[in-house]
Design a protein around this ligand. Structure first.
Ligand code: ZN
Length: 241
């Protein structure tokens, strides 16, 4: 399996407190825990040529993991189009935390993806669909001592599946882990991952993201876009009168 972890990598360079949590960047942390003998992980960041998103790299990527916040609007129209084409054609997407407002995710959803937010709250995450592959090995509930509150209403289309629900000590609730299909591509949005807290060092969060990339990977790594074609009948069909 080939994974591309894309990160804008701005907070880590501009905020010493974030750099202390993620000395190799959020992308480096995620790459470290995803990498195994059978999983090849590549990282890319906004400051790379063509924003780290070459056609060649995307063509051989099974699943794209996306973290962005400050620089959503910097992603070029062309790159948003290219990413959507690859996802509709079968590349998986795991969109993390503030990726809900990325141009890519909003384009795929077709809605504002707006939500309520507040820095620094305790979150309890409930597994709402324990039979789902993304919930494998995940307890019925677990807590993050500090996370950014994301609250409902979350302006997304009705998800295919709600795998996780979040509750915050301030009283809000949130659909924290949701799935979609777009074209032949599978999409998982996962709410935890604010840069000022060590969320991606959490073992359970790591397990969920590992499960998510496995789930989102195209079956047998085959990309099969749905094409629009004038099809010939299989058995001769009914001739026109
Ligand atoms: Zn955040």
């Amino acid at each position: 399996m080939k994974i591309l972890v894309w990160n804008e990598n701005i907070h880590e360079r501009e905020q010493p407190d974030v750099a202390a949590i993620y000395p190799k960047g959020i992308h480096g942390c995620i790459a470290d825990f995803l990498s195994t003998e059978s999983v090849i992980v590549t990282t890319a960041t906004l400051d790379m040529p063509n924003q780290g998103l070459s056609e060649e790299l995307l063509a051989e990527t099974d699943v794209l993991v996306w973290w962005g916040h400050h620089a959503h609007d910097a992603i070029t129209d062309e790159n948003v189009e290219t990413l959507c084409r690859h996802i509709n054609g079968g590349m998986g997407l795991v969109a993390l935390h503030s990726a809900h407002h990325s141009r890519l995710f909003r384009r795929l959803m077709g809605t504002s993806c707006n939500l309520k937010w507040r820095h620094g709250d305790r979150e309890r995450i409930w597994c709402a669909l324990p039979s789902h592959p993304i919930a494998r090995g995940v307890p019925e509930h677990f807590e993050l001592p500090r996370e950014e509150m994301y609250g409902e209403p979350f302006d997304i289309p009705t998800p295919d599946e709600v795998v996780f629900l979040g509750w915050f000590a301030g009283g809000e609730v949130f659909r924290s882990g949701v799935t979609y299909r777009r074209g032949t591509g599978k999409i998982f949005y996962f709410q935890p991952g604010h840069e000022e807290y060590p969320i991606f060092h959490d073992r359970i969060i790591q397990q969920i993201i590992k499960n998510a990339v496995e789930w989102a990977c195209p079956i047998q790594h085959e990309r099969k876009a749905v094409i629009c074609e004038n099809a010939q009948p299989l058995e001769g069909g009914i001739p026109l009168a």
